[in-house]
Design a protein around this ligand. Structure first.
Ligand code: NAG
Ligand code: NAG
Ligand code: NAG
Ligand code: NAG
Ligand code: NAG
Ligand code: NAG
Ligand code: NAG
Ligand code: NAG
Ligand code: NAG
Ligand code: NAG
Ligand code: ZN
Length: 431
């Protein structure tokens, strides 16, 4: 079990048809999903059970009783999310019109140079008026009313475990390893990948990872228009919700390319950016960096866990689940990471974020709670807790399927939801 101290309750809410949004941040209440995040059963097909990358990557049509993907309701995979007419869809227009664009910051859309890098000509890089991370690694917005970035775990000797660019096929061995080690990472999912490989996204939630958005098409966000940015966020939220029943409150900018205009639009959808303070550059191996160079970065970051560098704070490390090379680097290095750091946790846990999703049906433990729950009390589920706090324990967890019967329940306020059927909501704490 990836769930411990299950706190559950059931309630029902009478729902009425959505007719509009009182505030932009309510958009997620109109999403539909047949997935119960508290009881996810992933279809047993070779793609989800094999650890042979070729078998895993044979395309499958998702079970239509789980996802009814109507192509006309989605942007084109890997194209900017306004594609396929999405910028004029009724649902997108409703969200767009619920935002007061008169308050949007007047910050220019950036352009790309011929080589694909960002063109900074004319930008005041010294003062960085737009808190543009690409210019100065700024993380504290210059604008008011904009959510500030999270970029490190504040707890000492703590490794903030994050993986970008999933879900994908060929990742079963990687997720199996995290499950065996009872490691729960922050996973930043690309919307296009979620539609292409939805069972991978189901597994992320089922295993108790912290799922966040990584945009629809993985562009440099500061180069997109306001409308394109909104679509990149909105359709990724919709995709993750469809596949998992959960809508993230956190996101990460591809390449870290975020400024106060991008942050303002994310904030309208109640999204907060999570960046990093150490970058392994693993995605670049074995092309623009060698595997040895990436390994050297890992070695340095691992050494910092014991040489005093992390005595007053932790880190957030940028790594990727993208390829066999990056996942193999992860598997090779995690044993030493767990040995050299007191705690290896996801960003929700190290930041005491109880509710990393809009739906308050899933809660994460605060850091202190997480690290103190490292021994017995409550049967098999409890073994899930220890391993990643001190690296010593190996636990095998089953899926995070729910046992709604157990309850040392804390009753959470039911979110106000406005649909036409009955919903059953349970609250569960993932460790
Ligand atoms: C936005 O999220 C915060 C918690 O992060 C919540 O308190 C607030 O109600 C949300 N706003 C809306 C309009 O849903
Ligand atoms: C959810 O389903 C209802 C009923 O089929 C539909 O009217 C609504 O547009 C759907 N919501 C979204 C965001 O697609
Ligand atoms: C969980 O899902 C399975 C299959 O989808 C179902 O048979 C079972 O009744 C569900 N359990 C709960 C507690 O909802
Ligand atoms: C939607 O996008 C298309 C293609 O980029 C563009 O031609 C059209 O003007 C846009 N419509 C709106 C309402 O923004
Ligand atoms: C936005 O800034 C540009 C210069 O960057 C200026 O020309 C324009 O008047 C400004 N628009 C508003 C509405 O302030
Ligand atoms: C700790 O190790 C890192 C990485 O090798 C190094 O940059 C740093 O200077 C070391 N700090 C101390 C106090 O030795
Ligand atoms: C997905 O995984 C396949 C197989 O490992 C790889 O070739 C591809 O580059 C990955 N695609 C993305 C978009 O991550
Ligand atoms: C990498 O690929 C090989 C076979 O091609 C596979 O056996 C191995 O499990 C993969 N490693 C990871 C971490 O996915
Ligand atoms: C998390 O909670 C602990 C205990 O209450 C506190 O010491 C710590 O500062 C909190 N961390 C954050 C990021 O709020
Ligand atoms: C956690 O583990 C440590 C070391 O094994 C032990 O001393 C401590 O009592 C444990 N904490 C709890 C709450 O069981
Ligand atoms: Zn990425």
């Amino acid at each position: 079990m990836a769930i411990r101290g299950v706190k559950s309750f059931v309630t029902s809410v009478a729902l009425t048809q959505i007719i509009g949004f009182a505030s932009a941040a309510e958009y997620w209440q109109a999403f539909n999903s047949s997935i119960n995040p508290l009881n996810i059963t992933i279809p047993q097909i070779p793609q989800t059970t094999s650890i042979d990358p070729t078998t895993e990557c044979t395309y499958y049509n998702p079970d239509p009783s789980l996802f009814n993907v109507v192509a006309s309701e989605w942007p084109t995979s890997w194209d900017i999310a306004t594609s396929n007419g999405m910028n004029t869809s009724a649902e997108f227009t409703a969200v767009y019109n619920s935002i007061d664009w008169a308050n949007a910051p007047n910050i220019s859309v950036r352009t790309l140079s011929a080589d694909g890098s960002i063109d900074m000509t004319g930008y005041d890089t010294t003062n960085d008026p737009d808190c543009w991370w690409t210019s100065s690694t700024c993380t504290v917005p210059k604008l008011k009313d904009v959510n500030a970035d999270i970029y490190e775990c504040p707890e000492p000797e703590t490794w903030g475990l994050t993986y970008d660019d999933g879900p994908n096929c060929s990742h079963n061995a990687f997720y199996d390893y995290l499950q065996q080690q009872n490691l729960k990472a922050s996973m930043f999912y690309i919307g296009s990948n979620v539609l292409d490989w939805p069972y991978g996204a189901m597994r992320g939630v089922r295993d108790g990872h912290h799922i966040s958005s990584h945009t629809w098409s993985h562009r440099m966000m500061t180069t997109l228009t306001n409308q394109e940015l909104l679509a990149e966020f909105y359709y990724t939220q919709k995709a993750i919700h469809m596949a998992t029943g959960l809508t993230p409150r956190y996101w990460r900018a591809p390449y870290g390319d975020v400024d106060d205009r991008v942050r303002w639009i994310a904030t309208q959808l109640n999204l907060t950016s999570i960046l990093w303070d150490y970058d392994t550059n693993d995605w670049a191996a074995p092309t623009t960096e060698t595997v040895e160079q990436v390994q050297q970065s890992y070695d340095e970051f691992i050494q910092m866990g014991t040489n005093g560098s992390m005595s007053t704070h932790g880190n957030i490390v940028l790594t990727h689940e993208i390829t066999n090379v990056t996942m193999s680097l992860a598997l090779n290095n995690l044993p030493n990471i767990m040995k050299n750091y007191k705690h290896v946790v996801n960003v929700a846990v190290c930041s005491n974020i109880s509710y990393p999703y809009m739906e308050k049906t899933v809660a994460f433990p605060a850091f202190a709670e997480y690290v103190s729950q490292n021994s017995s009390s409550g049967g098999a589920a409890s073994s899930v807790l220890g391993s990643n706090t001190n690296g010593g324990v190996t636990a095998t967890g089953n899926a995070a399927t729910q046992t709604s019967a157990s309850s040392d329940a804390s009753i959470l306020g039911a979110p106000s939801i406005l649909f036409t059927s009955l919903l059953f909501l349970s609250s569960v704490i993932y460790f």
